[in-house]
Design a protein around this ligand. Structure first.
Ligand SMILES: *Cc1c(COP(=O)(O)O)cnc(C)c1O
Length: 385
């Protein structure tokens, strides 16, 4: 199981992913799912997640930037579509047009470049017009929108209007309820106006996981599902809402990722000694500590110093002292017979216990999203049953 060249390994569970997609489909009916794989598929690995998603019948992938589209394109086998929601410019934009990769338009300048690229490559530029509806991040409104509409109509030969879209400013929290309602209204009004002007997008898509789960009217023709497909809730609130609505008492989403390391060495420390750098941890009894070759360079946050929890030999135990760049120490005094090479679970289950990703969020300021996305690319990913 363990690649001996690496101090830790990430496992991707096929069965958990299948269950999540089945659950989401059971909730959403046959609305198309775009699998959001930005941030190296939320740390899970684009190379591993794309084939897995395709094997579940997903044929649309959303990325943030051109480099992610490049990575995804190399592993796509079923001719699935790729959509860039964020950064793409210059030669990368022309590459996207040439490859039939669609992208968001939130500036007239990008639309002008797309039209030029379409002329040069002889391919239509596939675009999604992103409307400003109240998030005020990216999105077209006012003069820029009107000018873009003119460009689209004048250059119909060069443009394929694949989508009309927007993004909600925090659908995972009820505290944004009114703002989201207003955004939905804005989007629908503008969509009607555009159609009246003869602008006919192939599809409308607005929902992320939280919106799709909490506001059914946002699902439209396609949903951009990120966090939920990986088996995590956008927020605790969304989970409680859905579980009570379904009258379930178990979590229908299953964590796809596990992260495992091993004991590098074990040592005994006497009473009244500081462990590791500085004076973060003083022993108040003789203890045994094990070093584990994972540190903040591997995405295990330094703010988990003296706080993090890991599993070893079927027991739950704690990080002691400061998390170093490449290793940490854990207290194994009460874990019987811990020896070099024993499995250490950083995220996932072992025996009766498990460490969830949300436990990281409780102990630090990191969101689920953030903990995952910090897992570096060079940790080997292993797809398991
Ligand atoms: C990240 C992202 C999503 C997916 O969000 P989740 O909360 O992970 O489902 C959808 N749309 C856009 C524009 C995004 O940036």
């Amino acid at each position: 199981m363990f690649d001996p060249m690496h101090g830790s390994c990430i496992e991707i569970s096929q069965s958990a992913y299948r269950e999540n997609i089945n659950y989401l489909r059971s909730r959403f009916g046959d609305v198309r799912i775009s699998s959001v794989i930005k941030g190296n598929a939320y740390g899970h690995g684009i190379n591993e997640m794309v084939p897995l998603a395709e094997s579940c019948g997903i044929n649309h992938f959303s990325v943030f930037s051109a480099d992610e589209a490049w990575t995804a394109r190399k592993v796509i086998r079923n001719g699935s579509a790729i959509m860039i929601m964020g950064d793409v410019d210059g030669d990368a934009l022309e590459w996207a047009v040439d490859q039939g990769i669609s992208f968001y338009i939130f500036e007239p300048g990008r639309l002008e470049s797309a039209i030029e690229s379409a002329r040069r490559t002889g391919k239509k530029a596939k675009i999604h017009l992103e409307l400003e509806t109240g998030m005020h991040r990216t999105g077209l409104a006012g003069k820029d929108l009107n000018y873009s509409l003119q460009l689209i109509q004048k250059n119909a030969e060069q443009i394929e209007l694949t989508g009309l879209c927007t993004h909600y400013a925090g659908a995972e929290s009820v505290s944004n309820y009114l703002r989201i309602q207003n955004q939905i209204k804005q989007f629908n009004q503008k969509a009607v106006e555009l159609r009246r002007k003869g602008i006919k997008p192939e599809m409308q898509h607005t929902a992320c996981s939280a919106a799709a789960l909490s506001y059914p009217e946002t699902r439209m023709d396609m949903m951009r599902i990120g966090i939920a497909q990986y088996g995590l809730w956008p927020s605790r609130e969304t989970m409680v809402k859905l579980i009570t609505r379904d009258r379930k008492n178990s979590d229908p989403l299953k964590r796809v990722i596990s992260w495992k390391s091993r004991v590098m060495s074990v040592k005994k420390v006497k009473t009244n000694e500081f462990i590791g750098y500085g004076n973060a941890y003083l022993t108040d009894a003789p203890i045994r500590v094990a070093s584990v070759p994972v540190g903040y360079a591997h995405g295990f946050s330094r703010s988990l110093s003296n706080l993090g929890r890991v599993l070893v030999n079927g027991k739950r135990t704690s990080v002691v002292g400061i998390v170093n760049m490449n290793m940490m120490l854990i207290d194994v005094t009460s874990c019987r017979d811990v020896k070099k090479g024993d499995e250490v679970v950083l995220i996932g289950s072992q025996g009766r216990y498990s460490v969830s990703i949300s436990s990281f969020s409780e102990l630090t300021n990191n969101l689920n999203y953030e903990t995952l996305v910090r897992l570096p690319r060079n940790i080997p990913r292993l797809v398991v049953a």
